[in-house]
Design a protein around this ligand. Structure first.
Ligand SMILES: Nc1ncnc2c1ncn2[C@@H]1O[C@H](COP(=O)(O)OP(=O)(O)OP(=O)(O)O)[C@@H](O)[C@H]1O
Length: 299
């Protein structure tokens, strides 16, 4: 049986928001075909978080691309089905897929800078996003955008009036999260949302994700190469290796007893990563202290 870790209530009876059934994704190169994803199946229910983890190149992002309908032209879903709330979206035409993105499927990527156009103010971009999906007036859309920037723990008015390059990476990623959630999608795909951030900013983004998920009840597919980092954030863990799912299990069970040797290897790899993160944090603190000193000196 599946449980929500956050509420510890059984969620198996609730219909899945996302159901991936026996998915195969293939790359064409001339006459060559390469299978990138093989026979992958998973489900995510409302309010549930499934973390899709595995090392670089194992097929996490192409799986997300298939759900979003954003696969590059040389990649195809050759077998299997993708269901969103009971609707088979596997081969929906591009126009219908585009409508789903943003409204029913929100997404946040590692590259937070790519989430915004550089020389347009963040507020205008949020307003355009809202108005492209629903018939709000500019005034209404501005109000909603400000509310969501506030929900994301940002100084709403200032961020609204800022250009993307005037914000820090953490602030931009939180604005991107607000942008993804303000249309209240049924499913949010967060593909390595913290990888380009320092540890503290990354934790804040994951805290925000949990808070907004609790508010909206959306299902979350959280993609990461770092099992330990997302383990405590997820209800279920899906471990991928070489395009295949090796283990799909409740997060608390994986914490206690990962059964697949590859999962155990990912878990064991972490202490080393902890050291690296700790070093990065110490370096960031030292840099901050040095900057403060320099400012004091020049005052
Ligand atoms: N357009 C493409 N054409 C051919 N092969 C591709 C294409 N895009 C991705 N691949 C290959 O598909 C495999 C899976 O890639 P994918 O980006 O999904 O990995 P990933 O698990 O998300 O890794 P990372 O964490 O580094 O993003 C890799 O071998 C990659 O080289």
């Amino acid at each position: 049986m599946s449980y929500s870790q956050k509420s510890n209530t059984p969620i198996v009876s609730i219909k899945p928001v996302l159901r991936i059934e026996n998915l195969y994704i293939c790359a064409d190169k001339g006459k060559e075909h390469r299978l990138l994803v093989k026979d992958l199946s998973l489900e995510i229910r409302p309010g549930e978080t499934v973390a899709l983890v595995g090392e670089s190149g194992c097929g996490k992002s192409v799986t997300a691309g298939a759900v979003l309908g954003l696969l590059p032209h040389n990649l195809q879903v050759t077998e299997g089905r993708i269901w969103l709330g009971g609707e088979d979206i596997t081969s929906l035409p591009d126009k219908k897929r585009r409508k789903l993105r943003g409204s029913r499927i929100g997404f946040v990527f590692q590259d937070y800078q790519g989430s915004f156009t550089p020389f347009i103010k963040v507020g205008s971009q949020l307003v355009e996003t809202l108005r492209s999906h629903q018939k709000w007036s500019r005034k209404e859309a501005k109000q909603i955008a400000l509310e969501w920037l506030g929900e994301a723990g940002l100084p709403a008015e200032r961020v609204y009036e800022s250009y993307p390059f005037q914000l820090s990476g953490g602030q931009l990623q939180r604005a991107a999260m607000a942008s993804a959630m303000m249309l209240k999608p049924a499913l949010l795909i967060a593909d390595e949302p913290t990888t380009a951030l320092d540890v503290l900013a990354g934790e804040r983004v994951l805290d925000l994700l949990a808070k907004l998920q609790a508010q909206t009840g959306c299902a979350v597919l959280l993609i990461s190469h770092d099992l330990r980092h997302v383990m405590k954030r997820a209800d279920m863990i899906a471990v991928m290796c070489g395009g295949q799912l090796r283990e799909l299990e409740r997060a608390d069970k994986i914490m206690r007893e990962a059964s697949h040797p590859y999962t155990r290897m990912l878990l064991e790899a972490k202490p080393h990563l902890f050291e690296i993160e700790k070093r990065h944090r110490e370096e960031a603190m030292m840099a901050e202290a040095l900057m403060a000193e320099t400012k004091e000196d020049s005052a």
